[in-house]
Design a protein around this ligand. Structure first.
Ligand SMILES: Cc1cc2nc3c(=O)[nH]c(=O)nc-3n(C[C@H](O)[C@H](O)[C@H](O)COP(=O)(O)OP(=O)(O)OC[C@H]3O[C@@H](n4cnc5c(N)ncnc54)[C@H](O)[C@@H]3O)c2cc1C
Length: 493
């Protein structure tokens, strides 16, 4: 008789879930648990859209577990404390959880592992969040994480293809009888977690395995779009619907398995006459995720500049007023401000919009640290993902990976290519709704009569540009040149 505790953290799904598969192997009773860890329940650090997404995912997981004769048991408190209590009251003999490679999780899991082992509990912790076991990738790379995407692709080619997704179980062992219907383990509401402005919940696709699989199916239904997907050609100003999958949050919380994504896309490629290739193809996107996960796992202090061996050391400015203007969408550059409003409202931005706002904050215009931008994204993104956020911020700020620092996104002309009439700007910045197309990206250039006619005076109803882009760009390229000369260490090897 084995009482098994299956601890869900990410991996909030029943399909292709190795920890679940291993948990049911020996269990006579299975207790599927989610712990509301105070570390993650903080409205100042986790925006309302992401928390709403998580709660939706838990509700969906509970519903799916119930169809298989089980349920989700939500515990509240420090994982060590609440799980230690559960181990003894439920006479747990086996603990299963998906391996998590982020630093906080690794420390937490190490403590839990030794606690469980002291209690004589067997611990099982398979990889399920990524296509490959990160240790296998490191081993194939000779013990080091590859520093370029092409080197990464070469390394994983030695590992063959990822393991096939595992099926969803047809039924599950029930939890012990006394907790089956207990109201003590209910999923909380946003209000109970300290979130007050419930009307601000506005993320585009709901959380959960059901919604994630549905969104994947909908996006992949357009097979030609999948086969010819080229990331740089997707339109950052498309918002209704967006141009890319918007599956980042489902992948981050593990509502959708990365292997399922991978093999569904592969199935379309097999039927297509031709398809795009890495680094721009749709399949390549899930491999970018994999690449950055391995780097985040292998690199100390990955989410900061100090002590991070792959991050160029740069003397960024400290300017709280600039940072506030950027994060609140008040820079006076409509494309940047509209994107920041989209982020605040919906918790999502297209990849190229992320490029534009990140470049603007760091090496492009404001010369502020990528860590400050990372923190704002960490709060607001629904798909916020520790390794991916840090990697991409280092990339955009030319702190690692990217060396063509003289290429700076223009906050004026870049979006114009995709959206000359400024539909995106008008949608997210209603103050500029009535501006003529000619001035929608540069409202300060409109004659006063035009500003009056549009009902928005620059400097009064919409800010003046916070910096002169041309001057800032020239100055910052020079500062970057000096930073590269002083610290060439992150050039790829
Ligand atoms: C400054 C900055 C910060 C970012 N922070 C995050 C983050 O916290 N979480 C996050 O998931 N992505 C992050 N990205 C990467 C990328 O922008 C998003 O993954 C993507 O825009 C999400 O939209 P999508 O799901 O429609 O992507 P799609 O284009 O549909 O791609 C499918 C999936 O592939 C993965 N992927 C795509 N692009 C990348 C990439 N460049 N790096 C790693 N994985 C990728 C994601 O899991 C994504 O959901 C960041 C990019 C930048 C420039």
């Amino acid at each position: 008789m084995t009482h098994t505790l299956l601890w869900f953290r990410k991996g909030l799904r029943l399909h292709d879930n190795p920890a679940l598969q291993m948990a049911i192997q020996k269990a006579t009773r299975l207790m599927p648990v989610f712990v509301l860890d105070p570390h993650f329940i903080d409205p100042d650090r986790v925006g309302i859209n992401r928390m709403a997404f998580l709660l939706e995912s838990l509700v969906d997981l509970d519903r799916r577990l119930r169809t298989l004769g089980s349920r989700l048991l939500v515990l509240r408190g420090q994982p060590e404390e609440v799980l230690a209590h559960a181990f003894s009251t439920w006479q747990v003999g086996r603990l299963c959880f998906e391996r998590d490679t982020e630093p906080y999780a690794r420390n937490r899991d190490e403590r839990l592992r030794s606690l469980a082992q002291k209690c004589g509990i067997e611990v099982v912790s398979p990889t399920g969040h990524t296509l490959f076991d990160p240790d296998a990738v490191l081993k194939a790379g000779g013990g080091r994480a590859p520093l370029t995407y092409s080197a990464f692709l070469r390394v994983i080619s030695r590992l063959g293809t990822p393991a096939q997704p595992q099926p969803t179980p047809a039924h599950l062992p029930p939890p012990i009888a006394e907790i089956c219907e207990s109201p003590d383990y209910a999923i909380p509401t946003l209000t109970e977690l300290g979130y007050t402005d419930l009307e601000a919940v506005n993320h585009r696709y709901p959380g959960g395995e059901t919604a994630g699989l549905e969104r994947l199916g909908d996006y992949l239904a357009d097979r030609a779009r999948v086969a010819h997907f080229a990331k740089p050609d997707t339109d950052p100003t498309a918002f209704d619907p967006p141009a890319t999958t918007v599956l980042g949050a489902h992948l981050k919380f593990g509502c959708l398995s990365a292997r399922t994504f991978y093999y569904e896309v592969q199935a379309i490629y097999r039927q297509a006459r031709s398809h795009t290739e890495p680094p721009v193809s749709l399949l390549a996107q899930i491999l970018w995720r994999e690449f950055f996960y391995v780097l985040g796992y292998a690199t100390p202090n990955y989410d900061r500049m100090a002590g991070n061996p792959i991050c160029r050391q740069i003397a960024w400015d400290d300017n709280p007023a600039y940072l506030a203007a950027w994060s609140e969408g008040r820079t006076g550059y409509p494309w940047i401000d509209a994107a920041m409003h989209q982020l605040e409202r919906e918790g999502w931005l297209h990849h190229l919009s992320r490029h534009a706002v990140a470049c603007f904050l760091t090496r492009g215009d404001l010369w502020l640290s990528w860590e400050a931008g990372q923190a704002v994204f960490e709060r607001l993104l629904v798909d916020q993902d520790w390794s991916l956020n840090a990697s991409n911020w280092m990339w955009l700020s030319a702190s690692a990976f990217f060396h063509a620092y003289h290429r700076v996104y223009s906050p004026i002309s870049f979006a114009k290519k995709y959206d000359p009439a400024g539909r995106f700007v008008r949608h997210y910045l209603p103050a500029l709704e009535r501006y003529p197309d000619a001035f929608i990206y540069e409202p300060w250039k409109a004659p006063l009569s035009v500003q009056r006619e549009a009902g928005c005076i620059v400097g009064r109803d919409y800010p003046e540009p916070i910096v002169d882009h041309t001057e800032a760009r020239t100055r910052n390229i020079e500062r970057m040149r000096m930073a590269f000369t002083a610290d060439p260490s992150t050039l790829p090897t």
